[in-house]
Design a protein around this ligand. Structure first.
Ligand SMILES: Nc1ncnc2c1ncn2[C@@H]1O[C@H](COP(=O)(O)OP(=O)(O)OP(=O)(O)O)[C@@H](O)[C@H]1O
Ligand SMILES: [Zn+2]
Length: 667
């Protein structure tokens, strides 16, 4: 019988044994940034806290939603609507008394999270859910030369990618598939699938009614340039300008007016706009024309649509809008044409079966849902919300998009969708499986260890795949792609106040061709300058060079991209970061205080003037620097070293006060 050795070591015995004393002892000082406190982020936070990381900054822009609770186990029902970062940090802090978690409720793209901020971390872990934020963090890590572990899951699938500048591929080395887009005319006048109607309701109708009052003509100009049908575009232009009336009706609707505003919207989009489109005879030669809907007839139960079968054999309109088309046709006993009575071809009650969100909605159900959701949204506008955009977790907007897309589908003879299906399609919901998130979070930590140990040959891209014989696959790292537009560039940082420095100053300074030209610079060259995709200057156009970065929208946290038009040198990425220190435009002039007459026995009052430049560092209480004649009476609290001006500290004229009280910290 073997004897078991009992250890009295604490919680860290296993972590120390696995990681080895060297790495383990570094973890308490390691500064780690975790971006995202969602499905992967919660699992990952738990892992890193239990492993022994000591300084964790956790950042997330979102608040907790009820639908997060099935897998984001750091949150409870009582936490709904609170900041994810704050609650996750609070919950996970209790797992290890030695951890210090700094939660930040914010967007990682905000300007204060600039390259110098990123450079303050030893490692960054991404637990994000969108390309845009992932790309941003990838670029910031390239600029700051900080190792990154990127990750993602989709149902049973998952991936972990360690990224290190100049050694591995970066997130952008392999182009990502761009989200599917549809031609404007398909969405705006000739939809043929449920997704076309959902995109229309979410991305066109909602913004037109409840979004910013912006000119929607730009998109049509662009569509015309792309060669889309000019006559159709002209009709769409008319339609767009008529939105002004309904927008006003929605915003001016008092409590009683909201129902009539909903009707006004209905009549415009499901009747008048369709009647206008029908006037374009050519458009409907090769496709089934839509049917204008009639508000009163639908409510009365007398509305009917008779539609010829579509060329592909599918009946154009189905009664219960979520029925498969052939079922609806069968119920109608009609092979070549379908008659829809009030949206319920098979006469079945729409509210009969299934979970509330998953049941089929009849035409009448959709009308009532459209009216009630429009009323709710109008009431929110009247109550002071400026704009409302689609959010899959906002019931009012989901109801609106469900009803509007189904009404449009019915008008065009397209199968409808349940509220559940619309949520999935409009919200681009990718099913999340807690187990996949947990596996990926574990793998992220393993790759992070390789990066921290600098054992780069051990780094792997790891995939969790739906293959029972090989659920995990690990792939050797590839070197950076020579064609990558992100990691092959040369990065530099300038720490300036964008309100004061001009584009020309920065470009000349960085190229080394400006006044005081730096040794080793590439000098004045034919360059173009971009901020993201915006051109700010090119060899034939330098008007912006005299303008400040701020006036050009180039703020802290952004990059200027300098491209050598002679193609002799690679591209330079200039990260704009906060100046090391800065002062306000006008220095504050504090009020002069009246001096109380000193009692005869007290020493003369202090005269703490702003010092002359050469007095910038004063050794308080020391005699090493002899005060000038008029400073003879300066008295400081003993043993304090004061750095003036440069560090944003000024001393005020005050008597008999402690040091802390006479120091004002300027931003
Ligand atoms: N730019 C960003 N800055 C900070 N956090 C971000 C940013 N973009 C996304 N996130 C956060 O990344 C997390 C991703 O988590 P997850 O994929 O589980 O999404 P979710 O929003 O929690 O879940 P679901 O999408 O299913 O509602 C979210 O908490 C989200 O708020
Ligand atoms: Zn790259």
């Amino acid at each position: 019988m073997t004897s078991t050795t009992r250890t009295t070591d604490g919680r860290d015995v296993h972590a120390r044994a696995i990681l080895g004393p060297e790495l383990y002892s570094r973890l308490p000082q390691t500064k780690l940034l975790l971006v995202g406190a969602g499905g992967i982020g919660c699992e990952l936070l738990k892992n890193i806290v239990l492993t022994g990381f000591g300084h964790i900054t956790l950042l997330d822009l979102d608040t907790i939603d009820l639908s997060n609770l099935n897998r984001q186990f750091l949150f409870k029902k009582k936490d709904v609507k609170q900041s994810k970062a704050l609650i996750a940090a609070r919950t996970a802090s209790a797992f290890n008394p030695n951890v210090h978690i700094t939660p930040i409720h914010g967007n990682i793209k905000e300007p204060q999270f600039d390259v110098t901020w990123f450079a303050g971390f030893d490692i960054v872990l991404n637990a994000l859910d969108n390309l845009d934020a992932r790309r941003h963090v990838n670029k910031m890590c390239m600029a700051a030369n900080v190792p990154l572990v990127e990750s993602g899951t989709a149902g049973y699938l998952g991936q972990v990618q360690p990224i290190l500048k100049d050694r591995t591929e970066c997130f952008d080395c392999v182009p990502k598939p761009t989200p599917k887009t549809f031609p404007v005319c398909t969405i705006r006048s000739t939809p043929s699938q449920p997704i076309h109607c959902i995109v229309w309701a979410k991305s066109y109708l909602m913004p037109q009614l409840f979004g910013e009052d912006e000119d929607s003509m730009g998109e049509l100009d662009e569509a015309e340039k792309q060669g889309e049908n000019a006559q159709e575009i002209a009709t769409l232009r008319k339609e767009a300008s008529a939105f002004k009336t309904v927008r006003t009706a929605l915003r001016d609707a008092g409590a009683q007016g909201q129902a009539s505003a909903a009707r006004t919207v209905f009549e415009k989009v499901f009747h008048s706009d369709i009647v206008n489109l029908l006037s374009m005879g050519d458009m409907w030669r090769s496709r089934a024309p839509p049917t204008p809907l009639d508000f009163d007839a639908i409510r009365d139960g007398t509305f009917t649509i008779t539609r010829d079968a579509q060329p592909n054999g599918a009946p154009a309109a189905n009664g219960s809008s979520a029925d498969p088309p052939d079922e609806a046709a069968k119920a109608n006993g009609s092979a070549g044409a379908e008659k829809m009575l009030n949206g319920s071809a098979n006469g079945e009650s729409s509210s009969s079966a299934g979970l509330k969100d998953q049941r089929a909605l009849s035409l009448q159900d959709n009308l009532e849902l459209f009216v009630s959701s429009t009323e709710r949204l109008a009431a929110r506008l009247c109550a002071g919300e400026d704009t409302i955009s689609f959010d899959k977790d906002d019931d009012d907007t989901l109801d609106f998009v469900t009803a509007a897309s189904n009404l449009r589908s019915i008008a065009y003879g397209i199968p409808g969708k349940s509220r559940w299906e619309v949520k999935e399609m409009a919200g681009n919901i990718i099913p999340a499986i807690a187990t996949t998130n947990a596996i990926i979070a574990g793998l992220i930590v393993l790759q992070a260890f390789h990066l921290l140990r600098k054992s780069y040959s051990a780094l792997r891209n790891v995939h969790v795949q739906f293959k029972p014989s090989m659920p995990l696959s690990s792939i050797n790292m590839s070197t950076p792609s020579p064609a990558c537009g992100v990691c092959k560039d040369t990065y530099t940082t300038v720490r300036v106040d964008p309100a004061r420095v001009t584009l020309g100053d920065v470009v000349c300074g960085v190229l080394g061709g400006g006044p005081g030209s730096a040794e080793g610079g590439i000098g004045r060259r034919e360059v173009s300058v971009y901020e993201d995709k915006r051109v700010l200057a090119d060899p034939d156009w330098d008007e912006n060079c005299e303008k400040t970065l701020e006036s050009l929208g180039v703020t802290r946290g952004k990059f200027l991209t300098i491209v050598d038009e002679e193609e002799e040198y690679g591209t330079i990425q200039v990260a704009i970061a906060a100046p090391a220190s800065w002062l306000p435009d006008t220095l504050p002039v504090p009020l002069k205080k009246k001096r109380a007459a000193p009692p005869p026995s007290t020493p003369p009052p202090s005269s703490l003037k702003r010092p002359a430049p050469d007095d910038d560092v004063l050794e308080v209480g020391s005699s090493s620097k002899r005060p000038r004649a008029n400073d003879a009476a300066i008295q400081f609290s003993p043993n304090k070293k004061r750095r003036l001006d440069e560090d944003g500290l000024i001393l005020l004229e005050k008597q008999d006060e402690s040091l802390e009280d006479d120091v004002i910290v300027l931003d």
